[in-house]
Ligand binder design. Sequence first.
Ligand code: AMP
Ligand code: ZN
Length: 489
Amino acid sequence: MDLNLKIYNTLTKQTDLFKPLHEGHVGMYVCGPTVYSNAHLGNARTFVSFDIMFRYFLHLGLKVRYVRNITDAGHLESDADEGEDKIAKKAKLEQIEPMEIVQRYTVDFHTIMQQFNTLPPSIEPTATGHIIEQIEMTKQILENGYAYESNGTIYFDVEKFTKEYNYTELSNRNLEELLNNTRDLDGQNDKRGRLDFALWIKAKPEHLMKWPSPWGDGFPGWHIECSAMSSKYLGEQFDIHGGGMDLIPTHHTNEIAQNLACHHKSPARYWIHTNMLTVNGQKMSKSLGNSFLPDELFSGNHKLLDKGYSPMTVRFFMLQAHYRSTLDFSNEALQAAEKGFQRLMNAIKLIPNLKTSEKSSIQLADVTKSIYDALNDDFNTPIALAQLFEMVRNINLINDGKESISVDDKLALEKLAKEIVFDVLGLKDEKNADDNKIDGLMQLILQQRSDAKVRKDYAASDAIRDHLKSIGIEVKDGKDGATYSVNSW
Ligand code: AMP
Ligand code: ZN
């Protein structure tokens, strides 16, 4: 198969032609959520971005094994092995079992992923289900001489590692500077070096999530789970490893170090990192208090929102930015996305009824090629969408009798819309048959209201608007006419 896909690779700092290790197959590992609280919209953005990549690989006919883990143990409050285990802390706060926390937020995460129409990964392994593999890997790293035990905790020896390997290859950070910027060990820590990190952590007696190990009861460090699970399901070397950009300096840097120290092989050939969803320029994060839950966005029940937006409007909004650019959240951008998404869906619905002619006056092949060129250029969804709107323009012109389409082109247009919009971009029409009837009725009512305005019968036009509002339908007047929204997401 001739693949012409280019991917920006954080490891090489350039856009590389994608060549799978095994022809026709792709192995992809993406760091999944830590299930200690509801996933926010920023988390969702990252997983929607990888969903597009997964879908595009499938569309290209590749056989994909997509592994996305669930972190249900070992993620401490600070990435530098400090603070409490996030899940244990939440369990204590709510006075329930840690595994109840894990269950609750795993279910919540799956619901959100379904609302955004993301495909489930091929394997979704959990850290607690792979304790043995993590202990085995820790043992091997110890045996290879890149780790040491200190009071029941096993630390990775970064200084030793840097003698043979480039610890900062992924992050491109200056090792000297890193050493200087990391604060001094305060004597309370058992680490030898400032950059050393825990592979296995000794559990305090009151700690609930702990397992027996050759070093006593404890629990795995956060980074080792991804090394152990990716090696188990994708092999010591595989094609793609992904996650949010915030994972580059610590989590992913340490994962590479662990794999090299254990297998003497760097795990992934292409590292893909998604940029952050921001609110007024600041990363959306729970700790900054600026995060939205997807449900708040769907219902409009949040102080920063004018109204609710449907899951597909939000997915469309996410696709309007390239995955490596930040995406800033705003009401205006969501309103524009809502309009754009509806325009796209309305045009696609027109295709089956387009009248055909002997010849096409539109250049469908050019639009199709531009869409594939965009997707092949590091999954450039904003350019692919812009090209799809060229298709929308053509559909509307054909529908108005201003352009013509042949039978063959009409079939190709239907296929293009189905494959790119639904299969690859993962959008779907959210309206069912009843919604379409409501839509038809609403157009009739809005037309009556507009006619009343032309007659200067403002009492009638206001009465229509007020009555609609009382039953939860909001009418908004804009320069292109009136639009409506039903407040019931
Ligand atoms: P966590 O549950 O914190 O381990 O995060 C799960 C994933 O979401 C990771 O890949 C993070 O990099 C990513 N992530 C966290 N915050 C954001 C954000 N504001 N925008 C995009 N991705 C994010
Ligand atoms: Zn990970």
